[in-house]
Design a protein around this ligand. Structure first.
Ligand SMILES: [Cu+2]
Length: 261
């Protein structure tokens, strides 16, 4: 597997942020331009893949992922070859378009190349997912894609209002992941929202003994959930020494404003 080589001048994000105790977290990012596509809509969606600090709107370098695909029912399509380079928050990222041909729940996912974080002496691997519901279909949003680190929604992950409770079950290597931190951040488009202090940038909830977490977003928009676990000596570095890897099961979910006037 080709490993993306970072130029020597690029420092880890913890270094850039001055090693603050609390600060924004890095997240794999996978955002469609529409989370729901109805009969009257254009059946083509645009997708953006990136690595960033979503609330602080700080970009990080994203190498070409190892896997990028979509699963709808039993159909799985490899979309890796469709990716085009772009920039997100001033850093290398990826984009594509996808034509929805039939009703279904489309789970888009990527598995990134391990990102070396020198400040933490470990790799970061955020396996990232989002859902697009098309043409009135509703079945299958609770099915697993089968990622090594994955959040399986317990709340239907579309057609949600801000303030709804959202629940998911975190699985790592196919088993529920108990007692894990789940970091939650708002995609703070344009940096419009200012946090009162650094504690507010990332919210944190834990998984229970069944790997289940619960969160209620206070405002409309895209919210990212990153359930974290560390695997010891998981990935060899460029000298062949095995290093720890932080696995993130990441899910992006859109919440709408309550439509009442
Ligand atoms: Cu970071």
């Amino acid at each position: 597997m080709p490993r993306f080589v970072l130029p020597g001048v690029v420092l880890g994000c913890a270094v850039i942020l001055g090693l603050a105790g609390v600060a924004g977290a890095h997240f794999g990012l996978l955002l469609p331009d529409k989370a729901m596509v109805m009969q009257e809509d254009k059946p083509e969606i645009a997708l953006t893949l990136a690595f960033c600090h979503p609330f602080e709107q700080k970009g990080m370098v994203m190498a070409r992922p190892v896997k990028f695909g979509v699963k709808a029912g039993k159909d799985r399509t490899d979309l890796l070859a469709t990716l085009k380079e772009t920039q997100v928050l001033g850093q290398p990222a990826w984009q594509t378009t996808f034509a929805l041909k039939k009703p279904g729940i489309y789970a888009f996912y990527f598995d990134p190349q391990p990102y070396w974080e020198p400040a933490e002496n470990k790799f970061i691997i955020h396996q990232t997912k989002t859902y697009v519901a098309a043409f009135g279909a509703e079945e299958g949003w609770d099915a697993e894609v089968g990622l090594k680190a994955e959040i399986i929604p317990l709340t239907r992950p579309f057609g949600l209002y801000a303030g709804n409770v959202f629940q998911g079950q975190v699985k790592f290597k196919g088993k529920p992941l108990p007692d894990a931190d789940v970091e939650v951040e708002f995609w703070n488009d344009g940096g419009r929202v200012k946090a009162p202090n650094d504690y507010f940038v990332a919210q944190v909830v834990k998984t229970d003994k069944n790997g289940v977490f619960t969160f209620s977003p206070p405002a409309p928009g895209w919210w990212g959930f990153a359930a974290l676990t560390t695997e010891k000596q998981a990935v060899p570095d460029k000298d062949g020494r095995k290093k720890d890897a932080e696995y993130g099961a990441v899910l992006w979910v859109q919440f709408h404003e309550w439509p009442a006037k």
